[in-house]
Design a protein around this ligand. Sequence first.
Ligand SMILES: [Zn+2]
Ligand SMILES: [Zn+2]
Ligand SMILES: [Zn+2]
Ligand SMILES: [Zn+2]
Ligand SMILES: [Zn+2]
Ligand SMILES: [Zn+2]
Ligand SMILES: [Zn+2]
Length: 327
Amino acid sequence: MKKLLISLTALALSLLVFTSCDLFAQEKEECKHENTVTIKATQATCTEPAYREGTKCADCGYIFKAPVATGTALGHVEKQIQGLTVTCTTDGKTPSAMCERCGEMVVKAEIITKLGHKYIAAPTVLPTCTEAGYEGGEICEYCHNYNPDESKKPKITPPLGHDIETTQKAEAATCKTTGKTTGYKCNREGCGYVSESVETAIDPTNHVNTQVTTKAKEPTCTEAGCTAGIWCKDCETQVATSEEIPALDHQMGEWVAVEGTTSCEEKAECTRDGCDYEVSRNNHNYEPNEEAGANICSECGANQPTDSSTGNGEDVDNGTVESGATT
Ligand SMILES: [Zn+2]
Ligand SMILES: [Zn+2]
Ligand SMILES: [Zn+2]
Ligand SMILES: [Zn+2]
Ligand SMILES: [Zn+2]
Ligand SMILES: [Zn+2]
Ligand SMILES: [Zn+2]
């Protein structure tokens, strides 16, 4: 059994050796260079010169005619690329250069690692008219930002505001003269804030030297009034024409009892200042009285007049009288 195994192994080994020998023999066969191909000419590049055509064997690669270089390489066409300034919080980059023709990075950019803040004691900044002042705290030496840490913040003094001096008072333009805006400057040293006075155009609606041609008159209850007529002496125009204001009519108050007379007598007055117009009426409540054989007012005892000219027996002064009770 063991003998059989050994002989089988020997057989396998001999087969393997035979196969290898066969392959070797094939490779060693001489190439007859029967298939010739052209090595294509090439154009010059940034780094390689141009090559003329050559020839080689397509089967074994044997070169019959090596391509000949003509001229020299073109060299890169450098295009500068700006660097990036490093800050406390962002990385920077050194300037670099790229070849415009082949895209190769001729000068490689180098990353500059971000600096990180470097806090130092902040100098005192005095406040100015428009800028706040800062005292104490920490500031970054590189980026000049204050340390945001609550305990490292500076004490802030608000801006002082300008110390204003008026150099020119404002003057309103009139129908005849130009005006001026206010001119002022800041008196605080080093500020230099100035606002020059500017001339303003003539204002045709601002009449200063006027003369009344028609006096204004308030209307009363019974008489019409008028607005003033005004003439400007500067621009010689009628600034305002007098216009009539119609009479107002009376503004009657409530009916009130007249003291010291019969209780049925009432009057109403015009409430407008300066007007003394008034009306009165008798507001009797007549009822038939058999003893007297006539109608008698139940309030004041007055007899109802029989004269037909007084209508319902009421004393009428105007047309607004209410009718008294007749039944
Ligand atoms: Zn060949
Ligand atoms: Zn290039
Ligand atoms: Zn910083
Ligand atoms: Zn100022
Ligand atoms: Zn005028
Ligand atoms: Zn009146
Ligand atoms: Zn009466």
